[in-house]
Design a binder for this molecule. Structure first.
Ligand code: AMP
Ligand code: MG
Length: 522
């Protein structure tokens, strides 16, 4: 395999002095060297061709025995020295101390076409950060991570990527719903790829230990490699860095809201310093539009990480990062200013995103009112978010209200005959306002439709779709994985051959584990 290995993280930053692979606190180090667990009978299920090319490999490389060996954890690449990162984090609002890569092992960094990529196995066994867990991942959650990270990339949402999905041939014990019914599942390993996997928590762990020297080393390293427009080493540069992270985080969350993605576990250890969607666990997609929805059963009570709360959690997490970086600057004011900026800029950024979703090219003051009344109307009756916005593009300046209602009614979960009159009336009022607003647009209906279809996806990885892929894969049939992966490469295109996936969630999936109910147990 012709990979251009070019390690920096494990060359430029301090390592754990011990190579012992047992759970422990790791001090004054950014990572620990560890070797992946050798799988008993590995096999390759799926490879992302786009990712393969991005790191400088081709299709025939993926057929080679050593590809499977390296990306299942059986063999360590020559010239590499794999490691797991040390980080901490706030989990569900509480400081949790050291967490770290409990089941992730960074293999190496490669450079291809001037782009740096870190390759990381998820589920390749215990590390010093595994605490009481096994360091393994099951097929179910690995399929979800592999498919969703590539789908997000093609949706244009900043994200970590996934190169490959392998079965290990080993069995893994999991209690899916934490109800005392553990069962064996197939073990799997995904190779995740990103310029870097550094998280907010990597900075927090040093700050929590008052280890300013290592906090500075990590920050300087991050700026040097990933924020090259900033000249690091000074207090000003750390403020600039924080502002850049804030911008990226805000932009990522706006994208999540645009496509209806709910991360599910926005703990600070799951927030990438590069503003990438990271750690696909109990994530989910809004089917019926509901700002209070979270896919994560572990969080059902509080619903801290519900769809509608993601923007403010982003800010909350940035406060925690600010607290960590404060130690390098010793002046709170510039951080407060930056955080204030998130508050003032989020609204306009959301307005811009909503304008694009509604196809409004010429900004008007009344638009915000139109968006707010839409949000109120969307929750009156369970309405499929993806189908609604996609159908909306079919409404034209000359459409009458009744026809407009017929156009979007496909998005309602109950049949329209079952809806109370007041609900129908409210929908008609909103649609009439929308049509009135469209008439003020200079752009043609055709051009607006084209533009809307570039921001409102037709195909997303609905929760039940991932589950169908999982159920088939469990029986050794990978055809749905292949089909969904192919389809989700062009989420905005009509792709009539995949029309069956442009459909509301089937009734059987409403309360099914894995579809509407997911836990952190993966
Ligand atoms: P999460 O919020 O799911 O990203 O995980 C929180 C922490 O638990 C991270 O430090 C993970 O590395 C760790 N973790 C999750 N699952 C496992 C596992 N099966 N084995 C070891 N560590 C794990
Ligand atoms: Mg995590």
């Amino acid at each position: 395999m012709n990979l251009h290995i070019n390690d920096t993280f494990n060359k430029e930053l301090p390592a754990d002095k011990s190579r012992e692979n047992s759970p422990r606190q790791v001090l004054e180090a950014c990572y620990s060297f560890v070797r992946p667990k050798v799988p008993s009978n590995p096999s390759l299920i799926h490879v992302s061709k786009e990712m393969l090319q991005a790191i400088g490999l081709n299709d025939s490389d993926a057929q080679r025995e050593d590809f499977l060996a390296v990306f299942s954890g059986a063999k360590v690449l020559e010239g590499s020295d794999p490691y797991s990162m040390c980080y901490g984090g706030h989990q569900f609002g509480h400081w949790a101390g050291q967490l770290g890569d409990g089941r992730a092992i960074n293999l190496t960094e490669v450079v291809h076409k001037d782009q740096r990529w870190a390759l990381q196995l998820k589920g390749a066994g215990e590390t010093p950060y595994s605490r009481r867990a096994d360091g393994l991942a099951v097929l179910r959650s690995s399929i979800r991570e592999h498919l969703c990270s590539e789908a997000m990339y093609h949706l244009g949402v900043p994200t970590t990527r996934s190169l490959s999905l392998c079965l290990t041939g080993d069995e893994v014990l999991r209690d899916v719903m934490y109800d005392g019914h553990p069962a064996y599942e197939k073990g799997a390993v995904v190779c995740r790829v990103a310029p870097s996997f550094i998280r907010f928590g990597n900075f927090q762990i040093f700050a929590s230990r008052n280890d300013v020297a290592n906090l500075k080393k990590l920050t300087d390293y991050t700026i040097k490699h990933f924020f090259p427009s900033i000249k690091g080493g000074t207090k000003e540069s750390y403020i600039e860095f924080f502002n850049a992270v804030l911008d990226k985080t805000l932009a990522m969350i706006i994208d999540w809201q645009r496509v209806g993605f709910v991360h599910g576990v926005m703990n600070t250890d799951n927030l990438s310093i590069l503003g990438l969607t990271i750690d696909y666990g109990p994530y989910g997609w809004l089917e019926g539009y509901d700002p209070n929805w979270t896919p994560n059963t572990t969080d059902r009570q509080q619903s801290r990480y519900r769809y509608g709360n993601q923007p403010s959690i982003g800010l909350w997490n940035l406060y925690q990062l600010a607290n960590a970086l404060f130690l390098l600057v010793e002046d709170a004011k510039p951080f407060e200013n930056a955080l204030e900026r998130y508050k003032t800029e989020f609204g306009p950024a959301k307005t811009k995103m909503m304008r694009a979703k509604l196809g409004l090219a010429s900004p008007m003051e009344l638009d915000v009112d139109l968006f707010e009344t839409l949000e109120d109307t969307l929750v009156l009756v369970e309405t499929d978010m993806t189908i609604f916005f996609r159908r909306l593009a079919a409404i034209e300046k000359s459409t009458n209200t009744d026809d407009a209602l017929s156009i979007i009614k496909e998005a309602f979960y109950p049949t329209i005959e079952d809806l109370p009159e007041a609900t129908i009336d409210q929908w008609k009022r909103w649609l009439q306002n929308y049509i009135d607003r469209l008439q003020k647009e200079e752009r043609s209906d055709e051009d607006r439709k084209t533009a809307m279809n570039l921001v409102n996806p037709k195909y997303v990885l609905r929760n039940y779709m991932a589950q169908l892929a999982i159920d088939a894969a469990d029986k050794g049939d990978y055809s749905i994985i292949n089909e969904l992966h192919e389809m989700l490469k062009q989420p905005y295109a009509e792709q009539m051959e995949y029309q069956k996936w442009f459909a509301k969630r089937p009734e059987w999936a409403r309360h099914k584990v894995g579809c509407s109910m997911l836990s952190c147990s993966s």
